[in-house]
Structure formats: structure tokens, C-alpha cells
Design a binder for this molecule. Structure first.
Ligand SMILES: [Zn+2]
Length: 132
């Protein structure tokens, strides 16, 4: 397998339902996303794609984004105050990165999506495995 081809990054676009929030980011076309079972992710159906802060740029919507925090207050759960969709946020697991909701990525740039389960209910134990 030619790993240099599989690992190359392409531009992906994403945003919220009403279109006020739009962003672009770099990631491989074959992405691995995290399906977390914690209280907030299971309610929203969020599929996490962790993107380095340098590879992410918000194109529009900074004024319309609202943040919600709970528990440790580390994660900044950003959602569109118009349509309510959480298309990306700053996760507790990676404070210097963005977590993009793979469900909010525009079609066409993702060729394959692998979904991995993350036991967010037992966050402290699970994060050790994610970071190793
Ligand atoms: Zn919106």
C-alpha cells in the first residue's frame, strides 16, 4: 500500500444546516472519526473528526456561533444560534485542535469514513487509549 497517497491531505468544506457557519479544513480523503457515547455527543449524534488548529479555518459565522460548556468547562461546544447545529467545536480531548462533525462535511471530498467507538461515559479511562 502506498501510504504517502493515503495520508495526503485534501481540502474539505463543512458548515451548519442554515449555512451561516462555514469552514474549510485539511484532512485525508480517507478519514477516521470517533463516535462518542457521552451525554452530549449521544444526544447530538456528533461524529468527531479531529483536525489540527493550523489545518482549520472558519470562513463565516463567527458572530452567530454560541458556546455551551458543562462539567469541566474545557470543551467549547459551539453551535449555530440560528439553526442549532453543532458543526464543529473545541474538544476537551484536544484543546489545541478542532473537532469537526463528520455529518456536517459537504459531500464529495470524503472517499471513505471509518467509525471508531469512544467510551466517553468513562472519559478519564478512555482518553488514555485515544492519546497513546
Ligand atoms: Zn446555522
Amino acid at each position: 500500500m502506498n501510504t504517502s497517497t493515503a495520508d495526503h491531505k485534501v481540502v474539505h468544506y463543512g458548515g451548519c444546516h442554515c449555512g451561516a457557519v462555514q469552514f474549510e479544513f485539511l484532512a485525508p480523503p480517507n478519514i477516521t472519526v470517533i463516535d462518542c457515547n457521552c451525554s452530549v455527543c449521544s444526544m447530538s449524534g456528533f461524529l468527531h473528526l479531529i483536525v489540527d488548529a493550523n489545518d482549520f479555518s472558519l470562513l463565516s459565522g463567527d458572530k452567530i456561533l454560541t458556546s455551551y460548556t458543562f462539567n469541566t468547562q474545557t470543551a467549547q461546544h459551539l453551535f449555530c444560534s440560528s439553526c442549532g447545529i453543532k458543526s464543529f467545536y473545541i474538544p476537551r480531548s484536544h484543546p489545541n485542535a478542532y473537532s469537526v462533525n463528520a455529518r456536517c462535511v459537504k459531500r464529495g471530498s470524503v472517499t471513505r469514513m471509518n467509525i471508531e467507538a469512544f467510551d466517553g461515559v468513562n472519559w478519564e479511562e478512555s482518553i488514555v487509549g485515544l492519546r497513546s
